[in-house]
Design a protein around this ligand. Structure first.
Ligand SMILES: *[C@@H]1O[C@H](CO)[C@@H](O)[C@H](O)[C@H]1NC(C)=O
Length: 251
């Protein structure tokens, strides 16, 4: 091992871990490698916006328990994309509240049978608040449309004879004074002009609040012992002699 490589190993060594807390860790961008497999779930997902008055019908009727098409009509929705501009319906473009996405994935057999394999569901961006179920079981919630989040679903997919997994994601694009960007909901009380319970999203920024699964959703594997995060700390050596910079920079 060259001195450079062994220095690198000193940094990386302690980061090799097999702890269960890893999902609060680094979440390195998934790349295929001899020890990691990747399965993109991009493409057409089943989709339904919850137009019920309180926007809570999906939770009341537990739409995540069975395939989405069984609880009502669905649209084909491309992922990644914002749902707003996909159809010609103004009420979907301007929708505020919960929308539901669902996609079934076939899992390679070794993913479900090899308990030395860690299976992770990664959602690279869901704008704005997301609740995620796998095969009807709640696995993770996340707030904020700009950062990825993950759930370790190994136990779930390795616990039975299942060879598919059904991923359901409910996303709420309601903005509040505490979201990024901020916004607020204004109810229109005048029932002579608006239907009962009618509300609009009041915003004070100069772009449209596009929402949905804005980046890829992927499944990937790691061994149960894996690198969770890498920190590179750089500094400048002050005491370097004249003429040596070239050597440092060019190796
Ligand atoms: C979801 O949407 C509804 C309707 O806009 C809103 O009342 C509710 O607070 C939202 N919930 C979350 C968690 O964003």
């Amino acid at each position: 091992m060259s001195p450079k490589l062994s220095a690198c190993w000193v940094v990386l060594g302690p980061l090799l871990c097999s702890c269960a807390l890893a999902l609060q860790g680094g979440m390195l961008f998934p790349r295929e490698s001899p020890s990691r497999e990747l399965k993109a779930l991009d493409g057409l997902w089943s989709f339904r916006a919850d137009f019920s008055e309180n926007r809570l019908q999906g939770f009341e009727q537990q739409w995540y328990r069975q395939p989405l098409r069984e609880s009502g009509p669905t649209l084909d929705m491309p992922v990644p994309s914002s749902f707003n501009d996909i159809t010609q319906e103004a009420r979907l473009r301007n929708f505020i509240g919960w929308v539901w996405y669902e996609r079934e994935a076939i899992l390679p057999q070794r993913w479900t049978q090899d308990s030395e394999m860690r299976v992770v569901l990664r959602i690279n961006s869901a704008h704005y608040y997301a609740v995620v179920w796998v095969n009807g079981i709640h696995v993770v919630e996340h707030e904020g449309g700009h950062l990825p989040f993950e759930a370790d679903i190994s136990k779930l997919v390795q616990s039975g004879p299942l060879t598919t997994c059904r991923v359901t994601i409910a996303i709420n694009n309601t903005l509040t004074p505490h979201t990024l960007p901020p916004g607020s909901i204004i109810f229109k009380a005048d029932t002579s002009m608006y239907p009962k319970g009618y509300f609009v999203q009041d915003i004070n920024f100069d772009f449209f609040n596009y929402a949905g699964l804005h980046r890829s959703v992927v499944l990937y594997t790691t061994p149960t012992t894996y690198i969770d995060d890498i920190t590179v700390t750089t500094n400048v050596e002050q005491d370097i002699g004249e003429g040596s910079w070239r050597e440092v920079l060019c190796g």
